[in-house]
Ligand binder design. Structure first.
Ligand SMILES: Nc1ncnc2c1ncn2[C@@H]1O[C@H](COP(=O)(O)OP(=O)(O)OP(=O)(O)O)[C@@H](O)[C@H]1O
Ligand SMILES: [Mg+2]
Length: 260
């Protein structure tokens, strides 16, 4: 049995009278790519927000690498080695690609105890080390030729990839991806699949993937968790999930997802 990296236990989150997450329990083992899928409003982004400390749970536990991280703060979660990307692009459009990646580096340093105590930021890393880290991340994400371009000038697909690069700059061991394929064309989707596999296989990253692009989910994920109205209705291999009656009824069979 492989080691669990992320364990979510009986997690609930209410917004007033709305139960966005209800008693959600699942785990992600080290080195796995797990999919978290479900219709719009199912609670997928809320799960990410609670896991990464952006908002506290109403009840339940989040354990990362054996330690409780629910309730944040987000900077502590980042330093623990858990990073995320956002559903919408979240770059600074007027800042260069390299400058945006630098933000990720900063959040790692500022979030660390030493960084906070010393109250210093980039002076803690030599300029050459900063450049080398940025170059490495741009190389991994194949964005090196865009290094000095303003982020806002990149085609949409590359802006999404820059979101992944910013998250990688925090040196995570696990990455949560919120709809990385949304708005991508076929080629960009293939490229994204290659990148995610490369991160898992060659950089030892564990991935939790929220995505409506079913072909991508089925191709990449070893295991899939299905949420509907905040509740887990199924969990299993892509094969199991594709054939699961409840999942077909609630999600996969819906006209919006007919391409799945
Ligand atoms: N900050 C908030 N305040 C109040 N309600 C919220 C908040 N965030 C999410 N919700 C509600 O919680 C439910 C789950 O939303 P969430 O964004 O997690 O869904 P999702 O599965 O990510 O959907 P999508 O596939 O459309 O991104 C929705 O009904 C949403 O309106
Ligand atoms: Mg969402």
């Amino acid at each position: 049995m492989s080691e669990n990296m992320l364990m979510i236990q009986n997690l609930s989150r209410n917004f007033g009278g709305l139960a966005a997450l209800r008693d959600l329990t699942f785990s992600v083992a080290k080195g796995e790519i797990v999919g978290l899928i479900g219709p719009n409003g199912a609670g997928k982004t809320t799960a990410f927000n609670v896991i990464t400390g952006t908002m506290p749970p109403s009840s339940g536990k989040v354990m990362f690498d054996g330690r409780s991280i629910a309730g944040g703060p987000p900077s502590r979660v980042v330093v623990a080695g858990l990073a995320r990307t956002f559903q919408s692009t979240s770059t600074y459009p007027n800042v260069s690609v390299a400058g945006n990646v630098y933000r990720g580096l900063l959040s790692r340093i500022q979030g660390s105890t030493v960084g906070r105590l010393v109250g210093r930021r980039i002076d803690m890393l030599a300029a050459s080390q900063v450049d080398a880290e940025i170059d490495q991340i741009l190389h991994i994400t194949d964005l090196a030729s865009w290094r000095d371009a303003p982020a806002g000038s990149l085609p949409y697909g590359l802006q999404k990839k820059l979101g992944i690069a910013i998250a990688l700059a925090t040196r995570p061991r696990m990455l949560l991806l919120d709809e990385p394929a949304a708005g991508l064309n076929h080629e960009e989707c293939k490229d994204l699949a290659r990148l995610l596999r490369h991160l898992r296989d060659d950089h030892e990253l564990t991935l939790l993937l929220v995505e409506h692009h079913m072909a991508l989910v089925m191709e990449l994920c070893q295991r899939i968790v299905v949420l509907v109205q905040g509740e887990k209705i199924a969990e299993g291999s892509p094969q199991d999930i594709r054939q699961n009656e409840a999942v077909i009824e609630a999600y996969l069979g819906a006209p919006d997802y007919a391409h799945a």
